[in-house]
Design a protein around this ligand. Structure first.
Ligand SMILES: *Cc1c(COP(=O)(O)O)cnc(C)c1O
Length: 390
């Protein structure tokens, strides 16, 4: 058979990001039975660590088997019953996906749209809420990975709760890189993924559910439409009953456990500050090279920066050269941004000074060869200055 042996690359796209080497070692620890007492102890510790990273006391805080999208599906199939109305905020690909998933879960969806590259306007949400006071949930993406916007949640969470609605939040690209204010805003259902700012391979979707949502799920009039993602059943395995539902992806839970330990060792606040600082340096470098940012400063997502592709530069050629000559992957634009922007992720372990400077040097080398006009050396100097000054 042909050798596999994939070469390691620096994953500075929208995800997956590189796994921490400690996480990869944890993945290769001996597989145990999913009810083995030693494994059960690891499960309990993992939920405890998840509560730390989610900033929550929510009892129902567990990893779902599957990638971030399984988290989204779990949130929607459990939080709506067929025929329920759901207000979904859409400002990019993942908001669109939430609409699709909510409809498949049987919801009647009311959309609140915002232009790509901008956050959803709370006033628009309030209008939709007043016109649809029978809606059960508001769904919203906290970190829209297709545009690089960090959506403020304060106002929208308040509006939801004032009108007796629950709020479902996609925190796939924020958890572990940016504060996800689960308890502070009493967010009802929050889901994430392992492969973005947690620096763990794709494969699990951490979720956290507050008491109000847990109560709703317990008292549903109809059974959850998904057998596999039915939280009322999965909860019985993760809780004291240890009732078999499906075999836990045992080794992935070791990996997540190690990834969460790494977050806890660093500390949530220090980790968020690191993501902010490295993005600040990256932006200083990109702007000094004449590149224009997609998102206004106050809404920029620290873990993912979006930038317009300079005039006359070929999108695919630059990304290909970054990969071939420097082993660096960055993300292409999606949807309305296809061919117009690049998406540069600095997630988890990848958010470092070394990566920022290495990436800027590589980009400068390639852009100079593609005939872009800018002052050579200015990008690196601007980024370097950010580190010197702090
Ligand atoms: C990546 C991502 C997802 C989907 O996660 P997968 O791991 O690809 O299934 C969902 N929402 C957002 C905001 C994402 O960035």
């Amino acid at each position: 058979m042909r050798e596999r042996n994939p070469k390691a690359k620096l994953l500075l796209g929208p995800g997956p990001s590189n796994s921490d080497p400690r996480v990869l070692r944890a993945l290769s620890e001996p597989t145990l039975g999913h009810l083995d007492p030693d494994f059960v102890a690891i499960m309990d510790e993992t939920t405890e660590l998840l509560r730390y990273v989610f900033n929550t006391k929510n009892r129902l805080t567990i990893p779902i088997s599957g990638t971030g999208s399984a988290g989204m599906e779990t949130a929607l199939v459990n939080s709506v019953e067929p025929g329920d109305k759901a207000i979904i905020c859409v400002a990019g690909v993942f908001g669109e996906r939430m609409v699709d998933v909510a409809e498949r879960a049987g919801a009647t969806v009311v959309r609140v749209d915002a232009p790509w590259g901008e956050p959803v306007d709370p006033a628009q949400v309030e209008k939709a809420v007043k016109a649809n006071s029978d809606a059960k949930i508001i769904g919203i993406v906290h970190a829209e990975t297709s545009t690089g916007v960090l959506q403020p949640l304060e106002e929208i969470a308040r509006i939801a709760h004032e009108h007796g609605m629950r709020i479902v939040v996609d925190a796939v690209t924020s958890l572990g890189g940016v504060e996800v204010p689960v308890d502070r805003l009493n967010l009802d259902f929050v889901y994430s993924g392992t492969q973005k700012c947690l620096s763990c391979p794709p494969g699990l979707a951490p979720v956290t559910v507050n008491d109000s949502m847990a109560e709703f799920i317990k008292n549903r009039k109809t059974r959850c439409r998904s057998w596999y993602l039915d939280l009322s059943m999965i909860e019985r395995y993760w809780g004291s009953e240890r009732f078999y539902h499906h075999t836990a992806p045992v080794n992935m839970i070791y990996a997540l456990n190690e990834a969460l330990r790494i977050v806890k060792e660093e500390g949530n606040e220090a980790r968020w500050a690191r993501h902010r600082k490295n993005q600040k340096a990256l932006i200083a470098g990109l702007e000094a090279m004449g590149l224009k940012l997609v998102v206004k400063p106050e809404y920029r997502l620290p873990s993912l920066t979006t930038v317009f592709i300079p005039e006359g530069v070929e999108d695919l050629k630059v990304r290909r050269r970054l990969l071939d000559e420097f082993n660096i992957e960055i993300g292409a634009g999606l949807g309305v941004f296809k061919g117009k922007i690049w998406r540069i992720g600095l997630m988890g372990t990848n958010s470092t000074k070394a990566n920022v400077l290495w990436f800027l040097a590589a980009l400068e080398d390639i852009l100079a060869g593609e005939g872009a006009k800018f002052q050579k050396g200015a990008g690196l100097e601007a980024a370097s200055r950010v580190y010197r000054e702090e």
